[in-house]
Design a protein around this ligand. Structure first.
Ligand SMILES: [Ca+2]
Length: 118
């Protein structure tokens, strides 16, 4: 996992920045990976960074690799923004996720080496 914590930006610009580094926005695929992100978020005092999930036109969430995730960790009551909250960010207090407008500006977490699927 790599962290860009020097600035906040929109989801799409965050993704482009990760791709420029040879990776993509981080996609936690299980509790262990999600906890690893939470540790980084706490260490770096990141405020609610973007991660690599986005709502597509079918109203379902997909990873930046374009697949439907088998693991998701929504905050209770989320996702709650089918009309305008199409990107996902990470609550720094508990590591749960929230859908949020893609044009909002947050820090972000990149993942350079994509984890292999079993
Ligand atoms: Ca939401």
């Amino acid at each position: 996992m790599e962290v860009q914590n020097t600035y906040k930006t929109t989801w799409f610009k965050a993704r482009a920045a990760c791709q420029k580094l040879g990776g993509d926005l981080a996609v936690p695929m299980n509790n262990k990976e999600n906890s690893a992100i939470l540790n980084i978020v706490k260490q770096k005092s990141l405020s609610q960074p973007f991660i690599g999930f986005r709502r597509h036109k079918d109203n379902k969430f997909y990873t930046v690799q374009g697949v439907m995730p088998s693991y998701m960790k929504w905050q209770p009551g989320e996702p709650n923004g089918p009309n305008h909250e199409h990107c996902v960010h990470f609550y720094n207090n508990n590591g749960k996720w929230n859908d949020i407008p893609c044009s909002n500006q947050y820090p972000f977490i990149c993942q350079r080496h994509l984890i292999k699927r079993k």
